[in-house]
Write a protein that binds this ligand. Structure first.
Ligand code: HEC
Length: 177
């Protein structure tokens, strides 16, 4: 099916022909939030489809879409250990729900460890505090985070990015890790 199967199947008969229908994709909150436990490193593509199979059917799937490889060039580490720890706590409270446990990309939202905004404090703040991407589902967190908090989160994600590069060999993976 080229992706995960996320719904229970249903089956029905039309004009004497039986069909089996189900949905594919990564789907649900778990893969979004759960990092490695949610299958982030398994490289299952998110292909949201309603698949209907027909008994005796002969149509084949189109070729799966190509995956892109992300360049892995973490910026130099910033922040004190205390700032990184504070950033980790803020990340767990406000960001993990969409950007994954330990900032491990999930294939739905950008993998922050390879985000170009990581290298630029102003670009980072414009997204997190000024809502630069609010029309695309990334709202401003200015109500709950100060500029210092946002910078602490950036320090934490930079630390995660460097850790990944240093400790895992397959860092050119299209998503996950
Ligand atoms: C409700 C879900 C959600 C939450 C919570 C969330 N984000 Fe996002 N974030 C998104 C989505 C969706 C995008 C992609 C927007 C787009 O398509 O440009 C995004 C994009 C970003 C980007 C831009 C990445 C890039 O390279 O384009 C950054 C940086 C970012 N988020 C940081 C954070 C931080 C830090 C937090 C916690 C304070 C956070 N996000 C919380 C959904 C979320």
């Amino acid at each position: 099916m080229q992706s995960g199967i996320v719904s229970a199947p249903s089956t029905f008969r039309v004009g004497g022909v039986q069909y089996v229908a189900f949905q594919t994709g990564k789907g649900g909150a778990f893969p979004l939030v759960a990092g490695v436990a949610g299958g982030a490193t398994r490289k299952v593509p998110n292909l949201p489809r309603l698949v209907v199979l027909k008994i005796g059917g002969t149509v084949k799937f189109p070729a799966p879409p190509a995956t892109t490889t992300l360049a892995w060039n973490p910026p130099a580490k910033i922040g004190t250990p205390e700032q990184i720890a504070a950033g980790k706590a803020h990340f767990g409270r406000y960001c993990q729900v969409c950007h994954g446990d330990s900032a491990i990309g999930n294939g739905f939202t950008p993998d922050l460890r390879v985000s170009a905004t990581l290298t630029n404090a102003d670009a980072w703040k414009s997204v997190i505090l000024d809502g630069a991407l609010k029309d695309r589902g990334m709202v401003s967190f200015a109500r709950v985070l100060t500029p210092q908090d946002a910078e602490a989160i950036r320090a934490y994600v930079i630390e995660r990015s460097n850790w990944t590069k240093a400790n895992l060999s397959d860092t050119a993976a299209p998503m996950g890790r």
